[in-house]
Design a protein around this ligand. Sequence first.
Ligand code: PMP
Length: 388
Amino acid sequence: MKDRKLLMIPGPIEFTPEVLQAMGLPTTSHLAPNFADVFGQAIERLREVVMAPRSQPFIVAGSGTLAMDMTAANLMEPGDKAIVVNIGYFSERFIAILERYGAQVTRIDPPVVGDTPRLEAVEAALKQGDFKLMTITQVDTSTGVLADVRSLAYLGQQYGTLVVVDGVCSVAGEELRAEEWGVDLVLSASQKALGVPPGLAVVIAGERAMEAFRRRKTPVQNYYADWTNWLPVMEGYEARKPIYFGTPPVNLIWALNVSLGQILEEGMEARFARHRQMSAAFKAGMTAMGLQLVPVSLEKAAHTLSTVYYPDGVDARLLGLINQAGIIVAGGRHPALGDRYFRVGHMGAVTRSDILATVGAVEWALARSGHRFEVGAGVAAAERVLAE
Ligand code: PMP
């Protein structure tokens, strides 16, 4: 019997064979011309994926938290004011990071966990002061909530604040049109919808963000993250003339370029649509079995993952049963929700059979946990959405 389990957590995800093969290629010199081509092309492709043709991408070794750290380090100076649109644990992490660089942070909380802050509350705060920057977590992986980046970015631009989007759990999965929507900086990481093993932090800074960086009065308080060091490197590789600052993770960047090629070959519109359909099918499966989602409505629910409450009488032991059925899913991550829910990632290379297998595994586990429902209803509901 095969003993490999299907990894359905919200990152790292399952990667395509081509991406994994790129990870296993003989490592070249980071200054070799063939690697310069790969790095340069990855930079160009990132602009296309987030639809920011005039932006400056940065690709560095690190995780998503480094991308957040790099953003705050380069854009914040002591005393600057920032607004955080809070939709979960990772929005709150941004508060801590911004404060570390001396920012005065105003947080806008949602009415309840699982909801988004009201646009009026964000606007009321923006009216009160000259905020240099506003952060929006497009998808918070702790709550499974999706923020309305388009409306929030529009507001941010009206009040002259830089709009920063944490797209760690959304880039290359959720609809995001950075320049058209007025987003000044998008940050992400490799291990989710970008489809590459963990280890790359990605920051795509628009013209206004780069301008704010150039106008700084004080040095960046983080040596490794300082764009002063990285900008010549990125410009150099894009010109196919490698420049050294810190050794780039050659194989990860090779794999990123392969994945970006696959993403663009699928096409961004088709990719957004596929994520919407996979998500709708999975969520239909869950609700058909009588389960409730953490987001307050489907409009506020992410398409890259689902967050689902355990039904009455069922607890986190369900995860062990789902695992026995061959699928790895994740437990809770938001302190206020504790262990009352589980999380399932469905992004990147995810297929319809992955969705059906996962709904089926949850169904099997629920039936063994004593939850009363019509066995088969979950998979049937998911099938119906996938047949549309
Ligand atoms: N932001 C969001 C929305 C995330 O989901 C995560 C990771 N789950 C992070 C930031 C931090 O990324 P990393 O774990 O790669 O540091």
